[in-house]
Design a protein around this ligand. Structure first.
Ligand code: TPP
Ligand code: SF4
Ligand code: MG
Length: 286
């Protein structure tokens, strides 16, 4: 397969020239092509925002849901058909703000989905208000004196909850981001990939150059199974680590834990629904 297999033909893309979302889109297409995941096998679930538009810009099955609500339908889709590759993908506001509660509980459930977050540290679509990951002091037309609330740290939350795969990437580095996304997709269980994504229009602080100057990659000696070290790395400030922070391969997935799949491996969507049985259950509950 190659990236052309995911092209939709001539389409209007509503992202600004230079936006980091283009790199994430290209990187994702490359990762999927290299993993030989066809558009038919794939479902991308997103919420609302600039990053959340991504599934509209390439060939895939997709569900574009309410703001902050990408993870519940992604969990449901994977449970109904575990044979699909399911990616939940949106911006930092959508996943960590409006969808923050779902973020926490998706980690607890450990459904076998990949959660890619376009983290531009701003609300891009609604024209530049602060998001949960905006830095202290970040000025916007709403936060005129600068952000006063501590930024949300998604990686430390994920590691604290023993998420089974936690990583951070930078949209400006396609090769490294592709490696991380491929590993996240292949991982069995919930996989978070927070991607630093420059918003060239509404975030003039966290630019391509800023990310290059304020990030570094975890080295080969770093042990991804050490949760305490992962947490220490996640709370580092100023110079921000990139790469895979933490992997726990010992957790069962949500789908494996479901009683229905312990009894019968047939995907739920392929099973016959016996109406008389449903009516009986409804009557019993009266
Ligand atoms: C319930 C609800 N609240 C608020 C909005 C308005 N809204 C749409 S997108 C958005 C923020 C998106 O920010 P983010 O998820 O960071 O995406 P970006 O545009 O930066 O990629 C907001 C507040 C909405 N659509 N629905
Ligand atoms: S506003 Fe920002 S996030 Fe949205 S398309 Fe433009 S550069 Fe990208
Ligand atoms: Mg954003």
């Amino acid at each position: 397969m190659n990236t052309k297999d995911y092209d939709l033909g001539p389409i209007d893309i509503a992202w600004c020239p230079g936006c980091g979302n283009y790199s994430i889109l290209n990187t994702l297409k490359q990762a999927l092509a290299e993993l030989k995941i066809s558009p038919q096998q794939l479902v991308v679930v997103s919420g609302i925002g600039q990053g959340a538009k991504i599934p509209q810009y390439f060939k895939t099955n997709y569900f574009n849901g309410l703001h902050g609500r990408a993870l519940p339908p992604a969990t449901g889709i994977k449970a109904a058909n575990p044979n699909l590759t399911v990616i939940a993908e949106s911006g930092d506001g959508d996943m960590y703000g409006e969808g923050g509660n779902h973020f926490i509980h998706a980690i607890r459930r450990n459904s076998d989905i990949t959660n890619i977050v376009h983290n531009n540290m701003v609300y891009g679509l609604t024209k530049g208000q602060a998001s949960p990951t905006s830095e202290l002091g970040f000025r916007t037309p709403i936060q005129v004196s600068g952000v006063v609330s501590q930024p949300f740290n998604p990686l430390s939350i994920a590691i604290a909850l023993d998420a089974s795969f936690v990583a951070r990437a930078f949209a400006g580095d396609i090769e490294e981001t592709k490696k991380i996304i491929k590993k996240a997709i292949l991982h069995k269980g919930y996989a978070l990939v927070d991607v630093f994504q420059p918003c060239v229009t509404f975030n003039k602080i966290n630019t391509y150059d800023w990310f290059k100057e304020h990030t570094y990659y975890l080295d080969n000696k770093y042990d991804v199974t050490n949760r305490i070290d992962a947490f220490k790395k996640a709370i580092e400030q100023n110079n921000l680590p990139l790469g895979i922070f933490y992997i726990n391969k010992n957790k069962k997935t949500f789908e494996q834990n479901l009683k229905t799949y312990k009894q019968n491996k047939k995907p739920l969507y392929k099973r016959q629904i016996k109406m008389d049985r449903i009516i009986k259950l409804i009557k019993q509950n009266k």
